[in-house]
Design a protein around this ligand. Structure first.
Ligand SMILES: [Mg+2]
Length: 180
């Protein structure tokens, strides 16, 4: 089956193609069947708690399985803590882009180069509509929203981003665009 990412416009640029409670609930077999070969991973509150470095066994297992299934992986993080992003990427043995400035396109282009993939073959998994999902949709890739691992996060995110994000999620759910 060919991956036909529906191009999004307007408000729908913030709407994910897929949602999951957490990354470990995303079926890698399903991603394969959509012809996705590369997965871009947000770091904070997607793989680990904000500014933390402990990765759960479940997440490690999912990443291992993704590698075994032949997915190319990379971390795309807006974090300014470049050393931490680098350490995490080294521990997972995946390439990374730090200070990515999502939803800007440049970080995604850099990720495509690292992954050696085209946009049609890529997906992003992240916990924020206005960075991960908006950026992914602008870049024309399959976008997957997960719930943040923990409520602790960057103050700007909590105060500025989350309230309109919750409103949009309610809106998308009402229209039937989000499966949970
Ligand atoms: Mg995040």
């Amino acid at each position: 089956m060919k991956n036909e990412v529906s191009r999004r416009r307007g408000l729908m640029l913030c709407c994910p193609h897929q949602t999951a409670q957490e990354i470990t609930q995303i079926s890698l077999v399903d991603l394969k069947s959509r012809s996705i070969a590369a997965v871009i991973l947000d770091l904070d509150n997607t793989l680990v708690r904000w500014q933390q470095e402990d990765i759960s066994e479940d997440v490690l297992g999912w990443i291992q399985q993704a590698k075994e299934l032949g997915f190319a992986l990379c971390i795309l993080s807006n974090s300014f803590s470049g050393h931490r992003v680098k350490r995490m990427a080294e521990r997972l043995n995946v390439p990374f882009v730090r200070r990515a400035k999502k939803p800007g396109r440049a970080g995604f282009q850099q990720a495509f180069r690292l992954l050696g993939c085209r946009a049609e073959e890529a997906a992003i998994i992240g916990d924020q509509l206005f960075t991960d999902i908006l950026g992914g949709n602008r870049a024309g890739i399959h976008t997957i929203l997960v719930n943040p691992i923990h409520s602790r996060e960057f103050l700007y995110t909590r105060i500025i981003s989350r309230p309109p994000e919750r409103m949009l999620i309610r809106h998308f759910r009402r229209l039937g665009h989000m499966n949970h």
